[in-house]
Structures are given as structure tokens and as C-alpha cells.
Design a protein around this ligand. Structure first.
Ligand SMILES: [Zn+2]
Length: 335
């Protein structure tokens, strides 16, 4: 049984008050529509929420489902953003991605309860697949949108959204947990960006996948998240460009540990972690420039071209990519 949590690090341009281009723009997907006052009707697995969130509503917009005890208008906005995010992911995904199921706690206490009780995302008993034996939240998230003081335990609390995956594909089940404070601080477009990033994690969790390196997974999630957004990756890369101008290009692509919220016992600053995500997304963009966008998505979905789904095969692709990525970074820093 696998319990994996993957979160999303939010760049400055999409946090409220940062003047993001397109902030407050219209949502083109259908408005959310309340379908049921009982979360049990949403989809298998969310019925566990009935006891804990008796006032929860289930809102659907297009393919997306949101369950939460927040005001209905807020849930509708989240559902509409989630459907838009799913369509953005679908536009580049080679398979039909599973639609997202979003759990939207109303308070930080509800959010903590979600993190503490993975039964809330586990398959229904009728599925015959028990939840994970140890679901105490020891797994990691890959981001926080609050500040650099996040500790391991606080990382999920500070994240705007975290995708929680229980079980092994193709029988796994993914839920996107929204944060409270960090989520509320996002612009409308920031929310669509975050949800699109999480839709990529949901899509990746649906089928057995090659053992792709972390920079590639997060880089593709970021690439897809910003692909159809009025906020461009160019804006997100600005701190990276400044760093390259100051210190030169990185010697390597980011390591898996670089995405963790702590280094040893020391918390990583938000700036440090944003740089790591920017490195990942810029490397993904270099790959897309060289080989095309569908080859980039294929790299994480089916593995490197020419066969091989293991780390050695990825290592060869990475060795080819590194100098081209460094060249792109040098050029970008000279603009
Ligand atoms: Zn992520």
C-alpha cells in the first residue's frame, strides 16, 4: 500500500497581491452546480467524510467534484477552477486523465483532521482494499506557499494543495486536499495553476509509470500548470534568472531531496524551494523545445525514447539534456 503526498509550490506571480497578469479573469468552464447535500454521493471514497463533515456539500462542475463544508458559492468557484484545470491537463495528456476529486476543508482544524486520517481518501470498504496501516502523515509534501519556516510536520499544513494517493495503480485513488490559509491567499488564476499542477499528479497516479526522477515529475507538472495560463513560466523563472546572473548555471538538475521542505533538520526557505521548482520547470521547457511538448509528457508517462523505464535510461536522457538546459539558462539570464 502506498501513501504518497505531493504538494504544490506556488510562485510569487500567483499569490494574491502580487499583481499577476490575468488576475481575476473569467472562468470559461461551466459554473459549479450543487448536486447533493451528502458527500456520499460524490464518488467512492468520500463517503467517509459524512461523519466528520455533516454539513459538507458536493459540488460538480464539468468533470470535477469538490467536497467541502465551505460556503456553496466558494465551492462552486473551486469546482469551476478544478474543471478548467482538468481541461488544461487533458489538453496535453496522452490518455484521458481521471477527473480530480477535491476535498476543501473550511478550517485549519478540518485540514489537520484530513491529514491525520487517510481513511478519508482510502477506498470504500466495499472495494475490499483497506486503507494504509500507517497514515499518520509522515509522508512529505513538495511545497508550501506560506513561508520558509515550514517543518516536515507543517509542510502539508502550509501547502495550498496536496495530492494524496492511496494504493497502487491502476487501483489507486487520488484526492486533492486544499490548504486553508495558503489556498485562500491565491489569486483566481493562481488557483487554476495550482489545481492544474495537482491534476498532473492525479493523472500520473492513475496508471503504473516508469520511475521518473522527481525534477521531471515536478517540472512537467509546472510546465502543464502554466501552459494555458495568462501567467507565464517566464515570470516564474525571474528569481532563477537573477541567480544565474549572480552565481552561474547549476552543475546538475535538482535532486529529489532538493524538493523536500527540510534539509537534514533545517527548514529550506521558500525562496530556495521556488528556485528548485523553477529549475525543474525550465529543464522541462528545454526538453520540450528540443523534442516537442508531447515528447516531454511522454518522457514522464511512458519513459525515455528508445526503451528503458529505469533510472539508468533517465540518466542518459538527463545527461543529454543538461548542457542544453545550461545554455538556455545562460541565454535567459542575459535578457
Ligand atoms: Zn508537485
Amino acid at each position: 500500500m502506498v501513501l504518497a503526498l505531493v504538494g504544490c509550490l506556488i510562485g510569487g506571480p500567483v499569490v494574491a497581491g502580487c499583481g499577476a497578469p490575468g488576475e481575476g479573469g473569467p472562468v470559461t468552464s461551466p459554473s459549479g452546480r450543487a448536486e447533493s447535500a451528502s458527500p456520499g454521493h460524490a464518488s467512492p471514497g468520500v463517503s467517509d467524510l459524512r461523519d466528520r463533515w455533516p454539513s459538507a456539500q458536493v459540488i460538480r462542475a464539468g468533470e470535477a467534484v469538490v467536497v467541502g463544508a465551505r460556503p456553496e458559492a466558494e465551492l462552486r468557484d473551486i469546482a469551476a477552477a478544478a474543471d478548467e484545470a482538468w481541461q488544461r491537463c487533458r489538453a496535453v495528456w496522452p490518455e484521458q486523465p481521471p477527473p480530480p476529486v477535491i476535498l476543501a476543508p473550511a478550517t485549519s482544524e478540518q485540514g489537520k483532521a484530513l491529514r491525520d486520517d487517510a481513511r478519508l481518501v482510502s477506498p470504500d470498504p466495499a472495494d475490499g482494499r483497506p486503507g494504509p496501516p500507517d497514515s499518520s502523515g509522515k509522508a512529505v509534501t513538495d511545497g508550501t506557499a506560506t513561508d520558509g519556516a515550514a517543518t516536515d510536520g507543517a509542510a502539508a499544513e502550509g501547502a495550498a494543495a496536496t495530492t494524496v494517493v492511496v494504493g497502487d495503480p491502476p487501483h489507486s485513488r487520488a484526492r486533492v486536499h486544499l490548504g486553508t490559509g495558503a489556498w485562500d491567499a491565491l489569486t483566481d488564476e493562481g488557483r487554476r495553476v495550482v489545481l492544474t499542477h495537482e491534476c498532473v499528479h492525479v493523472a500520473l497516479s492513475a496508471q503504473p509509470r516508469p520511475d521518473a526522477p522527481r525534477w521531471l515529475v515536478e517540472g512537467v507538472a509546472e510546465y502543464v500548470a502554466y501552459r494555458d495560463s495568462p501567467v507565464s513560466l517566464e515570470d516564474v523563472w525571474e528569481p532563477l534568472r537573477e541567480k544565474v546572473t549572480r552565481d552561474g548555471v547549476p552543475d546538475t538538475l535538482p535532486a529529489a531531496d532538493d524538493f523536500e521542505p527540510v534539509e537534514g533538520t533545517r527548514p529550506r526557505s521558500l525562496e530556495q524551494r521556488r528556485l528548485t521548482y523553477a529549475e525543474a520547470s525550465s529543464a522541462a521547457a528545454t526538453y520540450a523545445r528540443l523534442h516537442g511538448e508531447s515528447a516531454l509528457v511522454g518522457l514522464v508517462v511512458t519513459g525515455p525514447p528508445g526503451g528503458g523505464r529505469d533510472r539508468d535510461a533517465y540518466g542518459r536522457s538527463q545527461a543529454e539534456l543538461l548542457p542544453a538546459w545550461q545554455t538556455d539558462l545562460r541565454r535567459g539570464s542575459q535578457r
